[in-house]
Design a protein around this ligand. Structure first.
Ligand SMILES: [Zn+2]
Length: 75
């Protein structure tokens, strides 16, 4: 019979806050100093940056095309 390893939700180790550099206790969800969410920092990938970037790019493209169309029709 083989034992299956299940992944822990998050590592139970003390970490350093990415914003203020304070020690975040093990298992804490937020920094005790600045209340910043643990895992947010320069070295961590932002969870929705890719989707947000693509969404923002699409919105800007639509606005650009609409403006282009309005300018072309106004002439
Ligand atoms: Zn902090």
């Amino acid at each position: 019979m083989t034992a299956q390893f299940s992944e822990a939700p998050r590592p139970l180790e003390p970490s350093t806050c990415g914003l203020c550099g304070a020690q975040v206790p093990a298992g804490a969800e937020r920094c005790p100093e600045c209340r910043m969410t643990a895992g947010f920092g320069p070295g961590e990938p932002r969870p929705f940056s890719r989707i947000a970037a693509w969404g923002l790019g699409a919105v800007l493209l639509v606005v650009y095309l609409v403006t282009l169309g309005v300018v072309a029709l106004a002439r």
